[in-house]
Design a protein around this ligand. Structure first.
Ligand SMILES: Cc1cc2nc3c(=O)[nH]c(=O)nc-3n(C[C@H](O)[C@H](O)[C@H](O)COP(=O)(O)O)c2cc1C
Length: 227
């Protein structure tokens, strides 16, 4: 059989097929199942301060009587505790030492960024991805695409990470910007090892014009979560 091994920016993997951060990479169990099925790597569902997610993770776009012609992403970052994710990350690396496990991260302050980098390194992650792309829920709090749309802020945060990172760092960009090369160059100036393209294209599946709210209508279950 052909040898599909890769070395991507210093991260080794048995093949170039990796799962992107999202619902399929939300737990160690899912990632180990994916590796069993042949995937070479996985970017863990973004870690940070857990939020309460909406129960459906997708909004469905219906068109002219056809149900579900497309999906939009209404999920936020992980809704699981950091300590649980770190324990499972360690477990995945124990069973799959040669597969690529990338920790996707999103926090706010310099102290939080540097601490979470140390945490995932200790858990055995092979690389780190900085989530500067999520288009809703987190950007209103100054994270995700709010950073990907501000090259100077992106550069500052990436430098904080590079100060403590001992494993390769990938910067994940948002497509919701007029010129994506600007944040990409900022990532390069800060010393990032790679960039990844792209996070979610911003979209609305529809608007309830009587209530002036967007579809899907989702209850906000707590002050720190919901869509
Ligand atoms: C339901 C859902 C949840 C997602 N969660 C994350 C996330 O936690 N972190 C992240 O960096 N990207 C997240 N993404 C974005 C995906 O990783 C990917 O960048 C995006 O869907 C574009 O790739 P695609 O065109 O193959 O879907 C999510 C996407 C979806 C649909």
């Amino acid at each position: 059989m052909a040898d599909l091994h890769i070395n991507f920016a210093g991260i080794k993997s048995p093949n170039p097929f990796w799962l992107a951060s999202g619902p399929p990479t939300n737990s160690g169990y899912q990632i180990m199942k994916a590796f069993d099925q042949g995937w070479g790597g996985a970017v863990w569902k973004t870690l940070g301060v857990p939020v309460v997610n909406v129960s459906s993770r997708y909004g469905a776009i219906n068109h002219r009587g056809s149900r579900v012609v497309g999906f939009n992403n209404i999920e936020l970052i992980t809704d699981r505790r950091l300590c649980d994710n770190l324990r499972e990350m360690e477990e995945v690396k124990k069973y799959f030492p040669d597969h690529a496990v990338i920790a996707s991260l999103m926090v706010q302050t310099k102290k939080e960024w540097q601490q979470i980098v140390l945490d995932v390194q200790n858990a055995g992650a092979d690389g780190i991805e900085l989530n500067f792309g999520c288009p809703h829920g987190m950007c209103e709090r100054g994270m995700g695409s709010a950073v990907g749309q501000e090259p100077e802020v992106l550069e500052t945060i990436t430098r904080w990470v590079m100060e403590v990172a001992k494993i390769p760092v990938i910067v994940k960009l948002t497509p919701n910007i007029s010129d994506i090369t600007e944040p990409a160059q900022a990532a390069r100036r800060a010393g990032a090892n790679a960039i990844s393209l792209i996070n979610t294209i911003q979209s609305l599946v529809g608007v309830d014009i009587d209530k002036f709210v967007t579809y899907p209508v989702v209850e906000n279950h707590s002050s720190n979560g919901g869509y």
